[in-house]
Design a protein around this ligand. Structure first.
Ligand code: PLP
Length: 453
């Protein structure tokens, strides 16, 4: 069937003006849309989003890092259609259902049985809140109610709700709400870009861990948990670190009696090369948060898994010792079914192995960019690639991201640099042609934005 007949094509201008009148768009200064138009999307197929005006865009950032196996994936669609006719939703307090049970069992198996008792919510920020509250409440239940403080890394991002912003170190998102927040201790990031001459990424990791050690020596009696984005601090501009940091972090948390929360909302589900990013350091956290890719990018789903002894500290006749947190859509069966279909694709298609081959092909295709003298810190972790544009003029630097985004759309790419950092975080289903198209168009967008060669 031809796309024009399958999908009614509304007028682009009509959608834009109606959206601007009726919708408050996220993470946006709405006035910017006076100069940068909204992009109405009519449908998606594979790695592509199709505009209502007939244009198309390769979704090279997986629609905010959520989409793993393409838009309108036939296998996830089929699983959801079947689930729709069985059960769309039932409350999870006092009730349970097959999708939530099977998903929890499978996730626990993926964590080697070390983490389990999945606690569900919808968005990533809610998972952050849950992990923070669980850690605090565990210590309270264990007679250590003084442990009320948290530690996060410089440049960390854990979501936009008030608790999550307290452990977020991105001034633009956080500062306006400063008076509302319980601020965390902020310690050095192990960002490998901080390496000085002769220093390795592992040296940077060790120096950052030493700073954390000093804080924990002084204040561990008041600190409940350290929260970290393992291997890649994505919102900080794809700041990557050596797994050595995670090993040191695990050892320090054990030594000082502090929980380790791994926020794998962006880096989990195979994005860094292993299903859980922490696996690459050979460690397990006390809490892991998952969201985004877990539902294949279909439905809002997040969850927190923890150790059995932490779960047991809540298990009691006294209701107040229980974890009474809830959300209306906790464990929604449709979202869990999408997650089960996603995990099935991982298994059946040997996705982690295949991604290694795709990642190598993409790395090769991006080599001309890596060698470009206008590029600094070309880096890769699994299915994430990033580089920083070298720009001297502060005005050019300030407008780089917006100019890159606009030129990207003109060249059929959806890319949203963070400041001067251009990153690619595509769905895992790119074929060879799409890999080459993405690499060559990224280069040509970069050339256009940097003023040609
Ligand atoms: C590491 C990390 N944690 C938490 C969040 C918040 O997730 P959500 O936007 O679904 O609330 C994000 C979102 O980008 C994230 O990257």
């Amino acid at each position: 069937m031809n796309q024009a007949t399958q999908f009614a094509q509304p007028s682009n201008a009509d959608w834009i003006s109606r959206s601007l009148r009726s919708v408050w768009h996220p993470c946006t200064q709405m006035q910017h849309h006076e100069s940068v138009p909204l992009v109405p999307v009519s449908h998606g197929r594979g790695a592509w989003l199709y505009g209502a005006d007939g244009g198309r865009y390769l979704d090279a950032i997986s629609s905010w890092w959520v989409n793993l196996f393409g838009h309108a994936n036939q296998r996830i669609n089929a699983a959801l259609k079947e689930q729709l006719d069985m059960l769309e939703h039932a409350m999870l307090a006092g009730f349970t259902h097959e999708p939530v049970i099977t998903l929890s069992e499978k996730l626990s198996a993926l964590a080697g049985g070390r983490l389990g008792h999945c606690f569900y919510a919808s968005d990533g920020a809610s998972a952050t809140e849950i992990a923070l509250k669980m850690s605090f409440h565990y210590w309270r239940n264990s007679g250590q109610a003084d442990k009320q403080e948290f530690v996060c890394l410089r440049g960390s991002y854990h979501g936009e709700t008030v608790g999550a912003l307290g452990v977020t170190d991105v001034a633009l998102f956080r500062d306006a709400y400063g008076p509302l927040l319980q601020r965390a201790h902020v310690v050095a990031s192990p960002d490998a870009r901080g390496a000085r001459d002769g220093q390795s990424a592992a040296d940077v990791a060790d120096a950052a861990a030493d700073e954390l050690d000093a804080l924990l020596r002084e204040r561990a009696g008041r600190i409940a948990a350290v929260i970290v984005e393992p291997l890649v601090q994505c919102a900080a501009g794809m700041a990557m670190h050596d797994p050595q940091y995670l090993r040191r972090l695990r050892a320090l948390c054990d030594r000082h009696g502090v929980h380790l929360i791994a926020d794998e909302i962006a880096v989990g589900c195979g994005r860094t090369g292993s299903f859980f990013a922490c696996e690459q350091a050979g460690i397990w956290p006390d809490f892991v948060c998952l969201s985004k890719g877990i539902s294949g990018g279909y439905l809002p789903l997040s969850l927190v898994m923890t150790r059995d002894d932490i779960y047991q500290a809540f298990y009691d006749a006294d209701v107040r010792r229980g974890f009474l947190h809830s959300h209306s859509y906790t464990g929604n069966p449709l979202a869990c079914r999408a997650a089960l279909a996603t995990l099935q694709i991982f298994e059946e298609d040997k996705v982690l192995e295949r991604n290694r081959v795709k990642a190598a092909a993409m790395r090769e295709a991006l080599q001309p960019i890596a060698e470009d003298p206008r590029v600094a810190h070309f880096r890769q972790q699994g299915m994430i690639w990033a580089f920083d544009a070298v720009i001297d003029d502060p005005q050019q630097a300030a407008s780089f991201s917006r100019r890159f985004f606009t030129e990207g759309l003109r060249q059929e790419l959806l890319l949203r640099p963070i400041g001067r950092t251009v990153y690619l975080m595509p769905p895992y289903i790119l074929d060879e042609e799409e890999i080459h198209l993405l690499a060559s168009r990224t280069r040509s967008v970069f050339d256009a934005v940097m003023g040609g060669r």
